[in-house]
Design a protein. Structure first.
Length: 189
């Protein structure tokens, strides 16, 4: 077969697969979680149940939904996952509890997480997360519990909004993190 013909057939097949996925009607929550998953390494297969052909993610392990099949909880602990937190997770607008702790998550906390208006609890402790704490998290008016301890965060802890009611333990064991008013070294944050 001529390469050009093969190329056209491949494109037609790809279009067919894409339209099948569109017909399957993946929920926006499923799309957001798959965007997170695709950036992760998962040597122990803890996300094996995250079947991308299911319309919604409510039967996946480590995910809890409400009665409207919207994701309310992500519960991923002690799972040896590595890779970044996807900004797409901020599209889970019914999310109340994100627990991704004691793994090997790297990269920064996406500023977009400040849009998770229903988030009550955020636990990203015991990972390898770096960079500053986004001040946008201060917008999380429902937030009651934050645990960013045991990471590699840097810069100054924000003080606005939700940050006014959080104890110092939320930020413990981030050697390059400074409290408000503390001397800030130029440490490349
Ligand atoms: C975590 O994954 C790495 C490979 O990425 C492996 O070497 C290590 O043994 C795993 N640790 C646990 C506790 O499963
Ligand atoms: C988190 O890290 C600290 C310090 O290394 C350790 O003492 C603690 O047991 C860890 N917690 C979890 C849940 O792994």
């Amino acid at each position: 077969m001529a390469p050009a013909v093969a190329g056209v057939i491949a494109i037609v097949l790809l279009a067919a697969v894409a339209s099948t996925l569109a017909v399957a009607g993946l929920s926006p929550d499923a799309v957001a979680l798959q965007a997170f998953r695709i950036g992760l390494q998962d040597p122990d297969g803890v996300l094996q149940s995250w079947d991308p052909t299911l319309a919604d993610p409510c039967t996946w392990f480590h995910i809890i939904c409400d009665a409207n099949n919207r994701v309310t909880h992500i519960m991923l602990g002690y799972s040896n996952l590595s890779g970044p937190l996807s900004p797409e997770l901020a599209k889970l607008d019914q999310l109340r509890d994100m627990m991704v702790r004691a793994s090997n998550i790297q990269g920064t906390i996406p500023e977009e997480f400040g849009n998770l208006g229903n988030l009550i609890s955020l636990d990203l402790s015991n990972n390898s997360i770096s960079g500053p704490i986004p001040a946008s998290l201060g917008k999380l008016s429902a937030l009651r519990f934050l645990d960013l301890s045991n990471n590699d965060l840097c810069g100054t802890i924000p003080t606005s909004g939700a940050f006014q009611n959080l104890p110092p333990s939320s930020f413990a064991n981030n050697p390059r993190l400074r409290g408000p008013g503390q001397q800030q070294d130029d440490d490349g944050c």
